[in-house]
Design a binder for this molecule. Sequence first.
Ligand code: ZN
Length: 328
Amino acid sequence: MTPIPPAARSRRIASPLSTSQMTTPLPYQDASIGDIIIRTSDNVEFHVHSRRLADASPFFADMFTLPPLPTTSSTEGPTITEKLAVDVSEASTVWSKILPLIYLAEEPPLDLADLRALIATGRKYGIPGVVGHARGPLYSPEFLDEHPYAVYALACFGGFEDVARVAARRTLKMSGCPRPAEAFEFVGGDAVCRLMRYREECCEAAVLITEVMNQADILLPCNPTSRGFSCSVPTQPIYFENDGWKSTYKSCIEYLDGLSKGLSHRPDPSLARHASLLTIIVTSVLSCATCRSTIYERCNTFAEQTEARIETAISQVSVQTVESGEYI
Ligand SMILES: [Zn+2]
């Protein structure tokens, strides 16, 4: 990767070493510290050590191969140390997050916009440590649960295949895709298409589970022959390839139809336990004392087993995430 040079090439300016400026200086704004000034687009100057930047970034290492400027002194004023000033195109909000990482200082709070800036700026200046630092925070539940699409996009942007895979899986809990311009503006179309294809395949796999293939996967009414009376709950025959025709509650078919409809656009296994769907079954069996006595336990087991079957089906869908060279 060829780093993009700063907006304006470095130039040398004078920086006074004044003791009055050394009282409780802001981080990296103590003029007595360092031999380099990073001057941001909003004219904030960060005083840093060239050695530290050079160790972190080959780009800066090359820049600092220039011969050092001599230290001069004045008989009427404070000692003047000339520093190399590097004008960068990023704002101070970006470099105030990057510098602590380069200096291995306490990590600043990072939101998704910060992480995007870290990845973009780290790649621009060839600072792999800064780019890589964005990986860990992307795993936080705060981001994964609330913004899985954005995390997926940032993971693709940063080349974090493991994060992208987890984020793609987490998007299945979302009913739809956010506005593309908001979450995907900095990744290539291929990454977006792969995520959408993954979701579609998961939807298909999940919906297939609602098309039950054997009687163990549905709720059966109480046995009328052994108890000498007919179950009063409305039932519906259903054919199984291995078991032939069996009766199930009509409400069980309604549950499966509703679950299928939900999974067709939101392949989230936990939908199988959704109260609105289970209520359909529970309320339908109240007319039969036998069925009613066990329905809560049977419903819970049925829902958990259905959820597990959907989970298994989805886990078998592979997601292609990051491919080399897809970045924009
Ligand atoms: Zn019954």
